[in-house]
Design a protein around this ligand. Structure first.
Ligand code: GDP
Length: 538
């Protein structure tokens, strides 16, 4: 057992910041991540993440799919030291079909940075991801990006945060012009101006000059109408008179807003500096009624992501855990609470894109990748004491359904093995018909159709299993349970037209329903049943 002192735990926990960067595709998430790493000294030259992204995409088949489609399917975890802090950045896939994956990643963070393209404002995916963060009460910091390009008026952008997303916004800095006339930002807290000087490619730390807004040097730099407008806007903001309320930020009700340009490396350090000061350290997680504190000496963690074959050179499975409390030490023995088995955590990795590095110890807020064929499922709890069960991972109802046919009888074994792995990773879910006769043709559900595409692509690339997809026309899945008493296997609801009854992998009864109209009549016909759009726990 670990002999970690409470002073060590306190110190390590308080200096950790774990967050996700969320954005609509193309708003600049990857670029901002790169620039953060630049300040963390993890990269000498920004651009390496992109370079790695491309390298990676050419080394693995299914990552080839990411490249073709311009999407990020996998998520990476990056850790670096910055000032006195240990920063963990969890990447999230940008495409809406992977929002389920994104939700899982968000269970593992304590804050989010939302990148908005200032020329476009709030886009559809920003809104969806924001909703997820809000549901979890995660504090959100906003970076208005691409000010070097024509942007929407900053006051309008703030209004959008309030009217479209329903979150109060507090700008900590303010842009001086936009597009070709973008000259920097005004730091409202310090009353200082940071002048923007373009650097070739934005690859190096942007030089920054600091002075007061009323100085002639500032006024001369700005076009006169821009200067007047900025002064007017700043007065308006001051007049609005709201105080910066850190409590509201922590509660996810107020978002600090920063303006800048990630590609030009401008405003990024200001964001990072304020972020590590204002963002909360690792938060407790709930196990039933209890709250597990990050500084509690007993180790605990939960699995939020499973991924096999990340690297074709290491054909293995990685289970990602978020540490909730205590100290992680390599080779420690823990209890896998779902099965009650003892597990030795011997092969623990920190992943930096493609590269791996052994993790010897880690604390609450950190993520470790456990390599090997563990019997873990997404959502499982690992703990040094038996009682804990974190119920962090939300379950989502699939909205698309399809039968997956194995195209080659000779390769049936590979088909089975590949599908089993994909189900474990939660790429798709399987439903079993009540009567199983004839050939095995799995019926699968997904939240978005791209999940099927990834499934087929990975089965082909990683298992050499060719498949054919037959789409089914159901649009809703409803979990069914008797309102009173136990639901026995022989209890079945009244069926209405076109409804198919199946069971999920935990044996719960599920009705697959084609339309909203049928859903209505089906629910009416079954007054004794709970008809839930959220899957029941295992
Ligand atoms: P992601 O899809 O959100 O990860 O976006 P990327 O970081 O890949 O950026 C999308 C595109 O926007 C790339 O071509 C970037 O070079 C570009 N970009 C990112 N930040 C800025 C910026 O501040 N100004 C300009 N002009 N382009 C940017």
């Amino acid at each position: 057992m670990s002999s970690v002192s409470s002073a060590e735990l306190k110190r390590e926990v308080s200096r950790r910041r774990s967050f996700a960067i969320i954005s609509h595709p193309d708003a600049g998430k990857t670029t901002l991540t790169e620039k953060f790493l630049l300040y963390g000294g993890a990269l000498n030259l920004a651009g390496s993440v992109t370079a790695r992204k491309n390298q990676r995409a050419t080394t693995s088949d299914w990552m080839e799919l990411e490249k073709q489609r311009g999407i990020s399917v996998s998520s990476t975890v990056l850790q670096f030291d910055y000032k006195d802090c240990v920063v963990n950045i969890l990447d999230t896939p940008g495409h809406k079909d992977f929002s389920e994956d994104t939700y899982r990643v968000l269970t593992a963070v304590d804050a989010a940075v939302m990148v908005v393209d200032a020329g476009k404002g709030i886009e559809s995916q920003t809104r969806k991801l924001f909703e997820v963060c809000r549901r979890r009460g995660v504090p959100i910091f906003t970076f208005m990006n691409k000010l070097d390009r024509p942007a929407r008026p900053p006051l309008e952008l703030l209004d959008d945060l309030e009217s479209v997303l329903g979150i109060d916004a507090f700008p900590l800095n303010w842009p001086l012009g936009d597009g070709p006339r973008f000259k920097g930002v005004y730091d409202r807290e310090k009353g200082q101006v940071h002048l923007f000087e373009r650097t070739p490619g934005g690859a190096f730390r942007a030089p920054v000059a600091v002075s007061d807004i009323s100085e002639p040097a500032v006024r001369e730099k700005l076009d006169p109408d821009v200067y007047d407008q900025v002064c007017e806007e700043l007065e308006l903001l001051e007049g609005a008179g709201a105080d910066f309320d850190l409590g509201a930020v922590s509660a996810g009700e107020l978002t600090p807003v920063f303006f800048g340009s990630a590609a030009n490396n401008f405003g990024v350090q200001m964001l990072l500096d304020r972020f590590i000061e204002l963002a909360p350290p690792p938060a407790p997680r709930r196990s039933g009624e209890a709250s597990v504190e990050p500084t509690s000496p007993d180790f605990s963690a939960f699995v939020f992501k499973i991924q096999a074959n990340m690297n074709p050179k290491h054909r293995d499975r990685v289970s990602f855990i978020r540490i909730v409390s205590g100290k992680f030490e390599r080779d420690m023995n823990v209890i896998h609470t779902r099965t009650g088995e003892k597990v030795r955590l011997s092969n623990s990795m920190r992943l930096f894109a493609q590269d791996r590095e052994t993790v010897d110890d880690a604390y609450a807020g950190d993520v470790a990748g456990l390599v090997g064929n563990h019997d873990f499922l997404i959502g499982d709890t690992l703990s040094s004491s038996k009682e804990l069960v974190f119920d962090e991972i939300p379950r989502f109802p699939p909205e698309c359904f399809a039968y997956l046919h194995n195209a080659s009888t000779a390769k049936f074994k590979r088909f089975r093995a590949g599908l089993a792995q994909m189900l474990k990773e939660g790429v798709v879910t399987e439903f079993r018909p009540l009567d199983t006769t004839g050939a095995y043709v799995p019926l699968l559900g997904a939240v978005g159709p791209l999940q099927f595409e990834v499934l087929q692509h990975r089965l082909q690339g990683e298992y050499d299993a060719e498949t054919r997809l037959e789409h089914a026309s159901w649009g809703f899945a409803r979990w069914m349970r008797k309102k009173e008493g136990e639901t026995r296997p022989e209890d079945l609801p009244e069926l209405s037209m076109d409804v198919k009854l199946v069971r999920d992998i935990h044996g719960h009864l599920v009705a697959l329903i084609p339309s909203e109209w049928t859903l209505g009549t089906f629910t009416e016909k079954n007054p004794d049943w709970i008809v839930s759009d959220v899957p029941f726990p295992p």
